[in-house]
Ligand binder design. Structure first.
Ligand code: FES
Ligand code: FES
Length: 183
């Protein structure tokens, strides 16, 4: 027969195990974030320092945003954050807060943003890898400066294109600007 002392040992053992389970579980649990992406609320559970780029690509399957360098140099991962261009490879998910994130998938309903149309008309893309970032950077520029000079384009859009499409990018930005490209 179990006496009172053994019973209290068993109970305190169970309590300790439950407590450790709670803390271990809490330790390994990822924080949860609700993000506004392309005008939709989306929830993810990831480490606080996860770059937004990987949240977009791996958690939300928005793979239009590309990984190039991972150190905020190439611009392949450019998205809009509250309307400004941001290099998402160096932007931790914990910094997003209530800000609005727009990716290339959300720039326009049917891929018909004036910048996208100008890109098609000028046949800008070569391999295409950098182009989502270029388009996002160009759209953000035209929103701020509807008629940029060549110099303003060159100093603002520092995205790298290894295929050397920069001349066509500049022409396409002027074309989009001539058609009221900030919308
Ligand atoms: S991948 Fe982000 S700037 Fe290159
Ligand atoms: S089009 Fe190939 S890297 Fe820009």
């Amino acid at each position: 027969m179990t006496d009172f002392n053994s019973l209290s040992f068993i109970v305190s053992d169970i309590m300790l195990s439950l407590q450790s389970f709670y803390y271990v579980n809490k330790f390994f649990q990822m924080p949860k974030y609700t993000l506004s992406v392309n005008n939709k609320q989306m929830s993810v559970e990831v480490d606080a320092d996860t770059p937004l780029l990987w949240v977009l690509r791996d958690q939300l399957n928005l793979v239009g945003t590309k990984y190039g360098c991972g150190v905020a140099q190439c611009g392949a991962c450019t998205i809009h954050y509250n309307g400004s261009p941001v290099r998402s490879c160096q932007f931790p998910v914990s910094a997003v807060g209530n800000g609005k994130v727009v990716t290339i998938e959300g720039l326009s309903e049917n891929g018909d943003h004036p910048v996208q149309q100008a890109w098609i008309e000028m046949d800008v893309a070569q391999c295409g890898y950098c182009q989502a970032g270029q388009i996002m950077a160009a759209a953000a520029l035209l929103k701020k400066n509807p008629n940029p000079s060549d110099e303003e384009i060159d100093t603002t859009i520092t995205n790298i294109c290894r295929c050397g499409t920069n001349v066509r990018i500049r022409k396409a930005i002027h074309l989009a600007a001539s058609k009221g490209g900030k919308s």
